[in-house]
Design a protein around this ligand. Structure first.
Ligand code: GLU
Length: 447
């Protein structure tokens, strides 16, 4: 059986958003499901726009989600290897220098559009003679380099889109090397995919046209062509494709807003499939349910409200074992009793802090009926308490003594004991708050 190798290849030119990370996750699940390898490739040949800060953020996001990689590399460290491929393409006449300036190209395009013809590069550079070339070079013009496409049909069997065919006569010869000598991602990607034996390229459908041209580059270099899967891109509520430029839902923002990594992966691994969206507590569960064939061609929608809802459900079902390390991360050490008492009340994990303060630190009680809460303090049984029955025992005594019931009985107690109008069940909270703190609060004291 062949080993499965996939890669996630972000450009470090911005923060990762949910659309990017969805593709990382799908690649990762695809690899794990088949005991394959997941490679992290940083596409940083564009020195102007790439930054090591963004690279650090990418790494932090992937680690937070648990999407570990088997191997990582940066394209900027492999320029010599790409140079060999460039030489090969030059020798075989598939790479040619072009001297048009950006302004000239823009003018050409405008002219073509005005005539009603598609703005395809006219290959004028192939017609210039040595003398003109020398003149350009003496003027200080540096060429950019284009890959000469073969005028033929390209086809592949896409794991998501099915059989795809593309006629390259509708395409411009792609620029592989910029005038400043830097490489666009197109060629390095092909070189890396073939050197690292990438078996499956799973990426967004914005790359379909690139695939057509890249298949020709694979053929020109005489290397094996991987299988492709192009997934529809995520859109937001207003049907806009999520993008770095729109600053859509960056992973770091979601993380700081208290979304759990598993809520995000539970959602993103299912969007675009017919599987129901449920909270999953571990990536192992997601691996077992994963199948690339489940992804349809329909455009999936990312809805933040859905993510928040999933996040709440996930927290409500989370065991203490699972919650413990996460709570520790936000600087709190708590008991299982506390976690079980408050988890149903959480929609985001960081609000654990508020309940931790209410249970163990000082709060300002809200007193609506001081004579009643003072009496309640007096009637609160001495410790030790039977934690499972103390609340009901106390309520029974209070009801009998005061004749209060329902909201009149419960609400002043909650307000005094927690300083909040709503929250977790008091039956579970009271034993955690403890007698001395409860008595002080019922008497209206900061405690
Ligand atoms: N750096 C490219 C991107 O982020 C990689 C595309 C690919 O997966 O081939 O769009």
């Amino acid at each position: 059986m062949t080993t499965i190798n996939v890669r996630f290849a972000p450009s470090p030119t911005g923060k990762l958003h949910v659309g990017n990370i969805r593709l990382a996750l799908i690649n990762w699940l695809f690899a794990k499901k088949q005991d394959g390898y997941f490679i992290l490739r940083i596409d940083d040949t564009d020195c102007e726009r790439s930054s090591s800060e963004y690279e650090k953020m990418i790494i932090q996001d992937l680690m937070w989600l648990g999407l570990t990689w088997d191997f990582k590399f940066n394209q900027s460290e492999r320029i010599k290897i790409y140079d060999q491929a460039i030489e090969k393409l030059k020798i075989t006449g598939r790479l040619y220098p072009c001297y048009e300036t950006p302004e000239e190209l823009k003018y050409k395009r405008k002219h073509q559009l005005a005539k009603g013809t598609p703005p395809i590069y006219d290959r004028e550079a192939l017609t210039i003679n040595n003398e003109t070339r020398k003149t350009f070079e003496s003027e200080g013009r540096k060429p950019h380099w284009r890959f000469k496409l073969k005028d033929e049909e390209i086809s592949w069997n896409d794991l998501c889109r099915g059989f795809c065919r593309y006629h390259v006569s509708n395409l411009s010869d792609p620029i592989l090397i910029r005038a400043d000598g830097s490489l666009l991602y197109t060629l390095p990607s092909v070189v890396d995919d073939s050197e690292l034996n990438i078996t499956h390229v799973i990426r967004g459908e914005d790359h379909v046209t690139n695939t057509a041209t890249q298949i020709q580059i694979f053929l020109a270099l005489g290397t094996t062509i991987p299988q492709f899967a192009h997934l529809p891109l995520l859109t937001d509520d207003s049907n806009q494709v999520l993008s770095k430029r729109l600053n859509s839902f960056s992973i770091s923002e979601l993380r700081t807003s208290g979304i759990d990594a598993m809520a995000l992966t539970s959602l993103l691994s299912k969007l675009g499939t017919s599987d129901s969206i449920q909270p999953h507590q571990s990536l192992i569960e997601l691996i077992s349910e994963f199948n690339i064939e489940k992804f349809s061609r329909a455009t999936p929608k990312f809805n933040f409200a859905e993510l928040k809802h999933l996040n709440s459900s996930l927290l409500h079902e989370m065991s203490f074992e699972q919650a413990k390390p996460r709570i520790k991360n936000i600087g709190i050490c708590c008991t299982e009793e506390f976690w079980i008492a408050i988890r149903n009340n959480l929609s985001q994990l960081n609000t654990v802090k508020d309940w931790w303060y209410i249970c163990y630190k000082e709060i300002t009680p809200i007193i609506t009926n001081l004579s009643f809460t003072k009496m309640a303090a007096e009637l609160l049984p001495q410790e030790p308490w039977v934690t499972t029955t103390i609340w009901n025992d106390w309520i029974a005594i209070l009801q009998q003594t005061t004749g209060y019931k329902g909201r009149n009985l419960f609400h002043p107690l909650r307000l005094a004991l927690t300083g909040c109008k709503s929250g977790p069940g008091m039956k579970a909270l009271l034993p955690i708050i403890g007698r001395s703190r409860a008595v002080a609060r019922l008497n209206g004291n900061f405690a």
